[in-house]
Design a protein around this ligand. Structure first.
Ligand SMILES: Cc1cc2nc3c(=O)[nH]c(=O)nc-3n(C[C@H](O)[C@H](O)[C@H](O)COP(=O)(O)O)c2cc1C
Length: 191
């Protein structure tokens, strides 16, 4: 393991399920720094092809109702447990953000580069949460495609609701990260 604190943090980061997260969440100042870290991701043309929606405490009941309504639309025979699970996603972690990708189709920067920039920002956001001592996870699910939910959250046509970022304090340890051989992604050029 590296002795460099930043690299150590990067090497140790892993996603933490919402059920393993509890209060306290990041303070407003800590959350602001996480957003600043996301803003330092590489971004061709500095187009900011992404944005965040923060669901404060007062908004969680409304968000839970939207998640419940979406679940009932998608799965008419949903059980009470299914509904409770959908609602819990909206309420169980101290911080809940939506990550929205908003590429600019007319920009000189190709769309795939804008998507990469958005992904890089999302990665920095969750890494910053981890580096600050919190656990975080990005979860999308089919609800992100739901037009009624999208509209209720103010997602414009042309924007993508990429997922929800849950952040909180670890109340239980996540399982160890699986090892991935770096040879799966790194190879020498052999002309
Ligand atoms: C945009 C996005 C959406 C995701 N949505 C889901 C999801 O709906 N369900 C899920 O199990 N994992 C989802 N993931 C993956 C998890 O966030 C996480 O990265 C994965 O479980 C691997 O864990 P790790 O980050 O610790 O390696 C999503 C990741 C991203 C980047």
């Amino acid at each position: 393991m590296s002795t460099d604190p930043l690299l150590s943090s990067m090497l140790a980061r892993r996603s933490v399920s919402p059920r393993r997260l509890g209060p306290p969440g990041p303070s407003a100042a800590q959350l602001a720094l996480m957003v600043d870290a996301a803003l330092r991701a590489p971004d061709h043309g500095r187009l900011l092809p992404w944005r965040l929606i923060d669901f404060g405490d007062a908004q969680r009941a409304g968000l839970a109702q939207l998640f419940e309504d979406e679940k009932r639309r998608r799965t008419p025979d949903a059980t009470a447990q299914d509904i409770e699970r959908a609602r819990a996603h909206a309420t169980q972690t101290p911080t809940m953000l939506a990550f929205v990708v908003r590429p600019q189709p007319d920009a000189a920067v190709p769309l795939h580069e804008q998507w990469l920039a958005a992904g890089a920002a999302l990665g920095q956001l969750v890494l910053a949460a981890h580096a600050t001592g919190f656990g975080a996870i990005v979860l999308s699910g089919e609800r992100c495609q739901d037009d009624i939910l999208r509209q209720a959250l103010g997602i414009a046509p042309g924007e993508t609701l990429a997922g929800f970022v849950s952040i909180g304090t670890l109340i239980a340890s996540p399982p160890p990260a699986p090892h991935v051989d770096r040879e799966r992604v790194l190879s020498d050029w052999k002309p």
